[in-house]
Ligand binder design. Structure first.
Ligand code: COA
Ligand code: MG
Length: 288
């Protein structure tokens, strides 16, 4: 799976921001036709994204297009506009039911077959960011086409009438529900946007907290957010060294017939091994 520590949005009709995004070394570039694009610019966004997919070299960044939600009335035109230019993935926002993923999945598969592309070569990421979506996570997250679930904090707050705070305690239940559904289905979990793009310290703290919850990446909306978020979702050297030591010593202790043992005065057993392996997987995915 593509590493998705930082997923940068920009309005799909904004050619300047799209061309800027390819210079940033960001993991994912998500050209948006949904809420970042004004209602009277939807057609222009489709045309601009199509042009970007045709003309620009995105380098190592993943090329994603976010369509409008299934049921909005725009979704079909959105997806049909971009599919012929083979984006790496389609992002579907505000998913509330399994059938909505299935709808997109069928259209994508027929495009893949029609163009002679490998089936599943276009990935699907979904936003689960409403009360209904959170309640239906169990069914939605089991869809075989998915790579990742994105949790939208602002949309979720709007959906339940919560007041957003810096601490984001009002989001915690849903934010953790998404991580759990992702872990249960081996999906990447992509955390909330921090809209206060000038406050990099707050962004860093929020990103680190998301990583501690188990998120693998975070949505961003401004170039200044790329580096701090990529750092927060890349295990640091100390953590990697410690994880390696756990993996090595665990094997030795198993051979000695011990399930639990002591390392630097702390108890190590199976769950700590699993966690250490996850750290090493993430480090590897981030190219470390
Ligand atoms: N992607 C790529 N480039 C971006 C960018 C983005 N999301 N946001 C800003 N930039 C560029 C600007 O074009 C500007 O480029 P320049 O220096 O070459 O002129 C530079 O980064 C600095 O931008 P700045 O002036 O600090 O921000 P702004 O006032 O132009 O824009 C926002 C602020 C919030 C309007 C803008 O960041 C934005 O639209 N973000 C994405 C919003 C979005 O897509 N929302 C929907 C999903 S949640
Ligand atoms: Mg949203």
């Amino acid at each position: 799976m593509h590493s998705r520590r930082a997923l940068l949005y920009m309005p799909g009709d904004n050619w300047k921001m799209i061309t800027k995004s390819i210079t940033l070394g960001v993991d994912c570039i998500c050209m948006d036709m949904e809420d970042g694009t004004a209602i009277n610019k939807k057609a222009e966004a489709r045309a601009t994204i199509t042009r970007a997919l045709r003309e620009l070299d995105f380098g190592a960044s993943e090329r994603l297009a976010r369509i409008n939600s299934v049921g909005s009335g725009w979704e079909k035109d959105d997806i049909e506009a971009v599919l012929p230019y083979h984006p790496h993935g389609i992002v579907i926002p505000k998913v509330e039911a399994f059938d909505q993923v299935e709808w997109a999945s069928r259209i994508i598969e027929s495009a893949e077959l029609m163009h002679g592309w490998q089936v599943n070569s276009i990935r699907v990421l979904i936003g689960v960011e409403t009360a209904k979506g959170i309640l239906n996570l169990k069914e939605i997250a089991a869809h075989p086409r998915l790579d990742a679930i994105i949790f939208g904090g602002e949309d979720f707050a709007a959906s339940v009438g919560a007041t957003r705070t810096k601490e984001a305690t009002e989001l915690l239940y849903a934010r953790q529900a998404v991580v759990v559904a992702c872990a249960a289905n081996d999906l990447q979990a992509i955390d909330i946007v921090n809209i206060d793009y000038r406050d990099i310290e707050a962004l860093r703290a929020e990103a680190e907290f998301g990583a501690r919850l188990g998120y693998s990446g975070k949505q961003i909306i401004h170039p200044a957010q790329v580096q701090p978020v990529q750092t927060a979702f890349t295990p640091n050297d100390e953590t990697i060294v410690h994880a390696r030591r756990i993996v090595e010593t665990f094997e030795a202790s198993q051979r000695e017939g011990k399930g639990a043992y002591s390392l630097d005065g702390k108890m190590i057993d199976k769950p700590l091994l699993k966690n250490a392996q996850k750290v090493l997987d993430r480090a590897k995915a981030a190219g470390k």
